[in-house]
Write a protein that binds this ligand. Structure first.
Ligand code: NAP
Ligand code: GDD
Length: 348
């Protein structure tokens, strides 16, 4: 019996939260993984170092290439060299707040980056290469009714990050329709993990409260406490990426937990697990939380963490993915918090 040819996946954004989980999942599925990493002055492979075969670089199923999706030529060259079965585009300037400060850069990476990859697939006539676009619930932006959002709800983005993701979303749909490329969008609602970047709100809250508990930090400053998010675990969302590319047709899918929490509720849940007793006082920019054991203010609100326009409500209806992909989140927000706290405690 002949050997089954291993599938080859190319991951843009492999050094990020989702890229690292996806690489782990695909390695377990016997893929050969190629990842693209951009050059940086200090190490940015912390999340994937364990996959390099203990840094001996002898893992024959795992390769890293220098590249950058702002660079169309190198992007095309990498794709041409590897000719992957599956391309996952997880690369982005992914911070919404930061996109207000660097809008042009955000559009170049988050919007045009997707176009560069799809154009390379088209130019190289890679008929069998499937493309996954990490689209975002941020695309919904200003929602009219506070109900679960599905694949049919129209987009009204509230940041250049959101606008860029809408561009990338429609570019994937367009290349599917015009050039018959197997291009799919996962419309991902917020997903977190111990590997989440430290300036996203969940990681900031867990890290901050663990440090406050340990006496390593005095206070945690936050922005809008009343934004509502649907927070899942990144491990589950990485599984959905693979499932989406295995479906018989290229389509677009909401990936979410269909549960809603305010930022304040998330703070309360983390504090409770850490046995920090909070008493909230004040309103708006004067809102604060006091540690009832010490009487000290440990959380306050700072206007610098607000955005010029906010996405107030996000909750996703993932029934299409549940029915057709047999995907559903294995981990609840509560279990996500446990995982994040455990990691923070053992790595502090
Ligand atoms: P992340 O941790 O910020 O990872 C982003 C990745 O993109 C990193 O590997 C980063 O490299 C890479 N990257 C940035 N600029 C690049 C460039 N010019 N060329 C090549 N690579 C570049 O984000 P994540 O949470 O894993 O999210 C993965 C994707 O899903 C992103 O596209 C994000 O916008 C999207 N998304 C995320 C969520 C969420 O809640 N996490 C929800 C919806 C959609 P460095 O490591 O060098 O920075
Ligand atoms: N980052 C941050 N820092 N957010 C804060 C803070 C703070 O100190 N205080 C309150 N928030 C509020 C934000 O205003 C927002 O409403 C919510 O917490 C979540 O913020 P982030 O964790 O930064 O995530 P995001 O929802 O803006 O964006 C994430 O999810 C998107 C999907 O909806 C990112 O992962 C995006 O890449 C992703 O597309």
């Amino acid at each position: 019996m002949g050997k089954v040819k291993k599938k080859i996946a190319l991951i843009f954004g492999i050094t990020g939260q989702d890229g690292s989980y996806l690489a782990e999942i695909l390695l377990k599925k016997n893929y050969i993984i190629h990842g693209v990493k951009r050059r940086s002055s200090s190490a940015n492979t912390e999340r994937i170092d364990h996959l390099f075969d203990s840094l001996n670089f002898t893992n024959k199923n795992f390769y890293i290439h220098y590249g950058d999706i702002s660079d169309g030529t190198s992007t095309l060259n990498i794709i041409n060299k590897i000719k992957p079965d599956e391309i996952y585009n997880l690369a982005a300037q992914s911070h919404v707040r930061v996109s207000f400060d660097i809008p042009e850069y955000t559009a170049d990476i988050t919007a045009l980056g997707a176009l560069r990859i799809l154009e390379a697939i088209k130019i190289l006539k890679l008929k069998k290469t499937k493309y996954y676009q990490a689209s975002s619930s941020e695309m919904y932006g200003l929602v009219k009714k506070r109900k679960s959002l599905n694949e049919k709800i129209h987009f009204h983005p509230r940041s250049i990050y959101g606008v860029s993701k809408v561009f990338a979303y429609h570019t994937a749909v367009h290349y599917r329709e015009a050039y018959k490329i197997f291009a799919c969008n996962g419309i991902l609602f917020n997903h977190e993990s111990p590997r989440r970047g430290p300036t996203f709100v969940t990681k900031k809250i867990v890290q901050g409260l663990v440090r406050i508990k340990n006496g390593q930090q005095k206070k945690l400053s936050l922005g809008n406490l009343y934004a509502i998010r649907d927070w899942g675990h990144a491990k589950d969302y990485a599984i959905s990426m693979w499932k989406i590319l295995q479906y018989k047709k290229p389509e677009d899918w909401v990936i979410a937990t269909n549960k809603e929490y305010t930022v304040k509720k998330f703070v309360t849940m983390v504090a409770k697990k850490l046995e920090i007793s909070l008493k909230w006082k004040g309103k708006g920019l004067n809102e604060k939380a006091i540690d009832t054991h010490t009487g000290k203010i440990i959380i306050d609100v700072n206007s610098k963490h607000f955005r010029p326009s906010e996405v107030d409500f996000l909750k996703g209806d993932f029934s299409k993915a549940k029915k057709l992909l047999k995907w559903k989140p294995a981990l609840s927000t509560d279990e996500l918090i446990d995982d994040m706290i455990d990691f923070e405690i053992s790595n502090n």
